[in-house]
Design a protein around this ligand. Structure first.
Ligand SMILES: [Zn+2]
Length: 388
């Protein structure tokens, strides 16, 4: 069992190991960091540590292992090793999302009427994650969220003792997509934590959580992964970044992003490149058509797309400004150097910097829930000088 990139999250690892050694668990953790930096793996490692039981003899071992020989010798120190033994019956069920006391929920589309008040069923998405820890399942229906029904489906079980009598761990992945009602429903469990229960929220946008939720959690930060860690992982998986190892910069410290790029592209980045091409070719109608298609999707899904696309546009335009200034700073998008150089060469002096400012403004407006159609329309207008 690989312990994954958490190995290189030294700060996070140290804090979690201290917690395990002290035996004093907080009622809840908030794991904050970009996607693909090992937050979910850390949550599972902690869950394995707390429930690891080498030598425990399952009545029916679904994995065909031999409980008598699997896992290290019983030293009486179980629960103090982050990641657990990784091989016992308990650890393996946690890694494959099959342990009754380790419950994982992630944002999913709302069930359609008349079942809209039912919790979404995470079975298929979790089965995919068990096989592909660093890839996202393709989920039909868009507009993902963790709703009140999903939270209640979990919290309703908290009145009972853990099924196997050890430590129950509840993990809400991408908690920034938990709506306000759902967060309020969770608050009660955070305020009066049931015995033997640890709640872990992972997020890349802690500001999207209610302050009352955040204040009940112990926050642990996950930074971008070092380049060489990502390069080594990709090499081990037989994946190649376009242009080779120098292009690890494109991954921006996220293993998930690196894998997506090596496997054919990050959708938001492809869209940002498309928008940039439309702008420089003076094809505003196409850009506006794209904006209309995206702006009128309702709910948080459109907001998430807007943030992702604008972040990609920001990184591309930043490189245009770097090239225009003749700076030696490394590019964030070295695979697009030719395109970005031609944009910079064709545009008026300073157009790159002005475009950057316009994108930063638009990005702030998305967070303030300004109408997306208005944001896109004025942004594309402001980007026009790039095509001059
Ligand atoms: Zn174990």
């Amino acid at each position: 069992m690989s312990v994954g990139p958490l190995l290189d999250q030294k700060r996070a690892r140290k804090v979690l190991e201290q917690v395990l050694t002290s035996g004093e668990l907080p009622p809840a953790f908030l794991f904050v960091g970009p996607h693909g930096t090992g937050r979910e793996e850390a949550a599972l490692e902690l869950a394995r540590a707390l429930n690891c039981a080498p030598g425990s003899a399952p009545t029916a071992d679904l994995f065909g292992g031999d409980p008598a020989t699997d896992g290290p010798e019983d030293t009486g120190l179980y629960g103090s090793v982050l990641g657990g033994c990784g091989t016992c019956h308990s650890c393996r069920r946690i890694s494959t999302y099959g342990h009754p006391d380790v419950i994982v929920r992630l944002p999913l589309p709302r069930p359609k009427s008349p079942k809209q008040n039912d919790p979404a069923d995470p079975t298929a998405a979790l089965a995919f994650k068990a096989e592909n820890p660093y890839r996202d399942p393709e989920i039909e229906g868009g507009n993902l969220s963790i709703g009140i029904a999903d939270v209640r489906a979990v919290t309703s079980q908290l009145a009972y003792a853990p099924v196997e009598g050890r430590q129950r761990v509840i993990i809400f992945r991408e908690a920034e997509l938990m709506n306000e009602q759902a967060q309020n429903a969770l608050l009660k469990s955070l305020e009066e934590p049931p015995d033997h229960t640890l709640i872990i929220l992972t997020t890349n946008r802690p500001e999207a959580l209610l302050s009352t939720v955040r204040s009940r959690c112990r926050t642990i930060y996950f930074g971008p992964l070092p380049r060489d860690v990502i390069a080594t992982w990709l090499e081990g998986a037989g994946l190649v970044m376009p242009g080779g190892a120098d292009f690890a910069a494109l991954a921006r410290g996220s293993l998930k992003r690196a894998i997506a790029i090596a496997e054919g592209g990050v959708p938001a980045r492809e869209e940002a490149l498309q928008i940039l091409s439309w702008v420089i070719e003076g094809r505003s109608p196409e850009a506006l058509k794209w904006a209309a298609a995206h702006a009128f999707k309702s709910g948080r899904g459109a907001q998430v797309t807007a943030r992702q696309v604008l972040d990609e546009l920001l990184s591309l335009t930043r490189d245009v400004a770097v090239l225009q200034a003749g700076s030696e700073v490394p590019l964030m998008n070295p695979d697009q150097e030719q395109l970005l150089r031609s944009v910079g060469a064709g545009a008026s002096v300073g157009a790159g910097v002005e475009a950057l400012e316009a994108i930063i403004t638009a990005r702030g407006e998305v967070d303030r829930f300004v109408n997306l159609a208005l944001i896109y329309t004025s942004l594309f207008e402001a980007l026009k000088p790039l095509g001059a």
